[in-house]
Design a binder for this molecule. Structure first.
Ligand SMILES: C[S@@+](CC[C@H](N)C(=O)[O-])C[C@H]1O[C@@H](n2cnc3c(N)ncnc32)[C@H](O)[C@@H]1O
Length: 335
């Protein structure tokens, strides 16, 4: 009898699922969902912040996992590159080990490519403010107290500009206290001492510079702040010392604005001069900014993306890429 049960369980352990479905948690402006990847861009899997939302979220997670076990992957996940068919551990309780923080959208620039522009309408905010959607700091403290998170947790901030969010530093300190491994995304227009400290504790930070000149910066971001960002990159590098290797500088290729080799070379030269270690080239891919029904990125963008990768290595930088961007490029399709 005992053997039979074990065999039955073993049989069910190999199935198609993903680590985001199992252990991911995405705090959006309106509620919780398990992932913020390209394929699960729909809002249909959001559990609104209302009474008992975490129990509801857990229930949904469990039922999705149960369905995956039976071979029924949710429709919105079907083409996702993060799906894996493998032997998954026995699953008794949801322990979150990947958190995405996405609960505010205020920003002090207005990037033409902004993935949030559907909501923000590229409004520029200059004063620090609280999230107008939810008091996430309070929720996080409660979740940590309730032991909802695993011992090792990765955190990515993908909302608005973190230097503008009033409660951001409290959230950062809370995560730092628990040794969560964080990735901060900022435009670098404002300098934040605590971010340099976060770098020295082994966390990563990406500054989306996206160009190598003030003129192009203005066209991309609708603010004249290129020199401020350059100055702040210098400061982060100085203040984080040897840990400045945890700082990434990004370049998103945007058709008709920074999609030329001269601009890319200017960016590379500047990053060399500043002493940056890791560069991150990418293409536009965010759901609300890119029409996913389009066939895919143009030949011109793909060619420049490959050019950037080669040059980054040639200059002696460490190359960082998103795995799903590599898949988009390989398939020449967003989905
Ligand atoms: C929405 S921004 C917010 C954080 C911060 N204000 C910044 O500029 O990095 C978060 C990240 O998304 C990236 N991003 C925004 N729109 C994108 C798009 N359409 N395609 C690809 N990446 C995008 C930015 O480069 C940035 O690294």
């Amino acid at each position: 009898m005992y053997n039979l049960i074990v065999l039955e369980r073993d049989k069910n352990l190999k199935y198609k699922c993903c680590s985001n479905i199992r252990n991911g948690l995405n705090f959006t402006r309106t509620g919780l969902r398990f992932c913020n990847k390209l394929s699960a861009s729909g809002q249909d899997n959001i559990v609104p912040y209302c009474n008992d939302f975490y129990s509801k979220f857990k229930e949904i997670k469990h039922s999705i996992i149960e369905n995956c076990r039976k071979g029924m992957v949710p429709d919105y996940c079907k083409n996702c590159i993060y799906l894996e068919e493998k032997d998954w551990d026995e699953f008794d309780e949801v322990k979150i080990n990947f958190i995405e923080v996405f609960h505010w959208n205020q920003c002090n620039c207005a990037c033409v490519y902004c993935g949030n522009r559907g909501e923000t309408h590229l409004k520029i905010t200059t004063k620090k403010c609280k999230s107008e959607f939810v008091d996430l700091y309070k929720i996080l403290k409660l979740f940590i107290k309730q032991n909802y998170f695993a011992d090792k947790v990765k955190v990515s901030f993908v909302g608005g500009e973190p230097t503008l969010l009033k409660e951001f530093n409290d959230i950062l300190k809370l995560f730092m206290k628990h040794n969560y491994n964080m990735h901060i995304l900022t435009n670098g227009i404002l300098y934040e001492k605590l971010f340099a400290k976060a770098l020295t504790k082994g966390n990563n930070m990406t500054i989306s510079l996206d160009c190598g000149s003030s003129e192009t910066f203005k066209k991309l971001k609708n603010v004249d702040k290129f020199n401020d960002v350059v100055k702040n990159i210098k400061r982060y590098i100085k203040d984080s010392g040897e840990y400045s290797r945890n700082l990434l500088i990004k370049y998103i290729l945007i058709e008709g604005i920074n999609d030329n080799k001269e601009e890319i070379i200017k960016w590379l030269d500047l990053c060399k001069e500043l002493g940056v270690s890791i560069l991150h080239p990418t293409i536009e891919f965010c759901h609300s900014a890119v029409d996913l029904s389009k066939t895919g990125p143009s030949d011109h963008i793909i060619e420049l993306y490959e050019f950037m990768k080669e040059k980054i290595k040639e200059y002696g930088f460490i190359l960082n890429t998103y795995d799903f961007v590599e898949v988009i490029i390989k398939n020449r399709r967003y989905r």
